[in-house]
Write a protein that binds this ligand. Structure first.
Ligand code: C2E
Ligand code: CA
Ligand code: CA
Length: 594
């Protein structure tokens, strides 16, 4: 019995000990769970860069989570959170807005919550962008007196968003605005213009011959030029004006409060600034720009004003390089004209509307015609004889140049073979090739033309510009193949590109055509003559034959002969003529000498 009692007692002890132990465990478990929740919450806040707060609005006591102190860079020992002390952390520019939001929320407890973004300034001056949310906490039916909320650091997301917005509206190469930004600003300015009548002008700027520079110097240097032009444009206008790069080598400037007369003055300043020499490594480059100006008219939309300025720029380009024109409605007709021309050009080959003229190349030492240059013309049923400058760029644009070039080569070979037979003298022919043709099968094209005509490969010269030779590896290979078969290669318009003279040594070239611009000024002074003499000497050192282009006077011819020029062509010697007219002329006077 005693033993039983003891046993019972110890069982009771054991039971009560067990009960205590369970309670303790439960308490521990609860504690651990709440600690874990706290720890996880802390961790989550740190990870998400979110701080939380609890605001007793009436007493203006705010409890901040540790992350909120971290986020604002404040020491919990020293900083007492409150509505006013929080407002003092807000960036000066954002403070009035945030204050108004807090006041509006407090004025209507339980109704208006909080949702805003603002900048906070940390003690070290760093700015943090935060997104704050707050909602009223309701206990029972009474109007709530406290609000809880969060404050999230969105600085990185904000910066990324800003960068993306910037990227969408700016040109990465020049840092200028792009077309979308320009049209947006123009839209805005036009609205103001319609309301207040303030003058407004748009300037459209297109670099002249940029393709040549780009091909000649390489795209890296081309990009440097574009960036430099961007800087120069920006430097010539007021901070309130908008400069944008529309694409390629096209720029636009929006001049607010500026009438046409003042816009012309700005354009002249811009032209001079762009034209000033630029130094790119060991090259000194001078760029010209053609410009068009369109004033805003109440009835026009932003794309229309920009298009008018573009049309005026085109008119300026047609009038010569480096010019500037103000838009007139008559200019629109010429654009329609050009569009029509493009369509007609596509049919011209089928309709057999192209003809070749031949300009003699005269041996300047003997006066004998040694060659002819084939120059294409378009016999347009209504427009008459269209010069190549008016349609070759269009043919290059549309790709027709490959088929047209093939036609020219075949015709030139055939007609030269006929001239050789009829005149009974040796005569070679040169044909101009566009860069695009050198990207197609030139070897095949030339072989077919030679086979069909029976012309000797040694009587054909292909004229190519410097930039084409410098930039098309494939082109050089094709030319090497043809040269191995006897065809010769001439560098056309020599001196207008950007290649260095020493580079010529490495190129597959036989003939150097000295550009007309050198011949033009050959008698202006000793420097000009010395330059041409140097080119001739260099060409001879490299084993090249020289042909001077565009000889218009007897004096030019005489000087060139004195300087040792091998051959020349120009209006003074003979204008380009159809084959039959040339045949008559050469039968009459086989020598063309000055
Ligand atoms: P280019 O190859 O430099 O041809 C010489 C141009 O100068 C010709 O103009 C010729 O008529 C002109 N010219 C000749 N002598 C004189 C002169 O004493 N003074 C002046 N001011 N000009 C003179 P054209 O025939 O109008 O040809 C212009 C350009 O069109 C050519 O320049 C050439 O780049 C291109 N071209 C002509 N035919 C063809 C062709 O069949 N294919 C390609 N791809 N281009 C062509
Ligand atoms: Ca030529
Ligand atoms: Ca030329």
């Amino acid at each position: 019995m005693h033993a039983f009692f003891i046993a019972c007692e110890s069982v009771a002890c054991l039971v009560s000990w067990r009960a205590n132990e369970d309670a303790l465990n439960r308490e521990r478990a609860t504690q651990t769970a709440s600690q874990r929740v706290n720890r996880d919450l802390n961790e989550a806040q740190t990870l998400a860069k979110v701080g939380s707060w609890d605001w007793e609005v009436g007493s203006d006591i705010i409890w901040w989570s540790p992350q909120l102190y971290t986020l604002t860079g404040r020491d919990p020992e020293r900083f007492t959170p409150g509505a006013e002390s929080f407002l003092q952390l807000v960036h000066d520019d954002d403070r009035p807005r945030v204050r108004a939001l807090l006041e509006a929320a407090v004025a209507k407890p339980g109704e208006t919550g909080l949702a805003y973004e603002c900048r906070l300034v940390r003690p070290d001056g760093a700015v943090v962008v935060v997104h704050c949310l707050g909602r009223w906490v309701r206990v029972g039916e009474k109007a709530p007196t406290s609000m809880v909320g969060t404050c999230q650091d969105i600085t990185e997301r904000h910066a990324l968003q800003r960068a993306m917005e910037h990227q969408a509206l700016h040109d990465s190469l020049t840092g200028l605005g792009n077309r979308a930004l320009f049209l947006d600003r123009l839209d805005h300015a036009l609205t103001l213009h319609k309301r207040s009548g303030a003058a407004l002008s748009v300037l459209f700027i297109d670099l002249d011959d940029f393709k040549t520079v780009n091909d000649g110097l390489g795209h890296g240097k081309g990009d440097e030029i574009l960036a430099e032009v961007g800087h120069r444009l920006q430097a010539e206008v007021r901070a309130s004006d908008t400069v944008a790069r529309l694409g390629g080598d096209e720029f636009a400037v929006l001049l607010e409060d500026t009438d046409v007369e003042r816009a012309v003055e700005v354009a002249e300043r811009i032209r001079d600034a762009v034209h000033a020499p630029m130094s790119l490594g060991d090259h000194l480059v001078s760029i010209q720009a053609s410009m068009g100006i369109a004033p805003a008219v109440s009835s026009t939309t932003s794309p229309e004003v920009l298009r008018d300025a573009d049309i005026a720029m085109y008119a300026a380009k047609e009038a010569g390089q480096g010019g500037c024109e103000v838009f007139t409605t008559a200019m629109r007709a010429s654009v329609i004209n050009r569009t029509q021309l493009r369509e007609e050009l596509n049919n011209a080959l089928k309709l057999d509307q192209f003809v070749l003229h031949f300009q003699p190349v005269v041996n300047q030492q003997t006066g004998v015609v040694e060659a002819v240059e084939a120059l294409v013309r378009w016999e347009h049923p209504e427009r008459g004889l269209v010069p190549p400058a008016d349609f070759i760029p269009l043919a290059e644009d549309t790709g027709l140049i490959v088929a047209l070039g093939q036609w020219v080569t075949e015709q030139a070979a055939r007609q030269t073979k006929a001239l050789q037979r009829q005149l009974g003298v040796p005569l070679w022919v040169s044909v101009n090739l566009s860069p695009q043709q050198l990207c197609s099968d030139v070897v095949g094209m030339v072989r077919r033309a030679l086979d069909a005509s029976g012309l000797d490969a040694r009587d054909l010269v292909l004229e190519i510009t410097e930039s084409t030779l410098l930039n098309h590896e494939g082109a050089i290979q094709q030319l090497e193949t043809l040269r191995a078969e006897g065809v010769r290669v001439a560098v056309d318009d020599f001196g207008t590109g950007y290649s260095s003279l020493s580079y010529l040594r490495k190129l597959p070239v036989d003939v150097l055509k000295i550009d007309r611009s050198f011949v033009d000024c050959i008698n202006d002074g000793p420097d000009e003559a010395a330059m041409v003499e140097a080119i001739i000497k260099l060409a001879h050192t490299l084993g090249l034959r020289t042909i001077a282009e565009g000889i218009e006077t007897d004096e030019q011819d005489v000087t060139l002969r004195r300087l040792g020029s091998d051959a020349g062509q120009g209006y003074h010697l003979c204008r380009p003529l159809p084959a039959e007219a040339l045949l008559d002329r050469l039968r009459e006077r086989p020598r063309i000498s000055a």
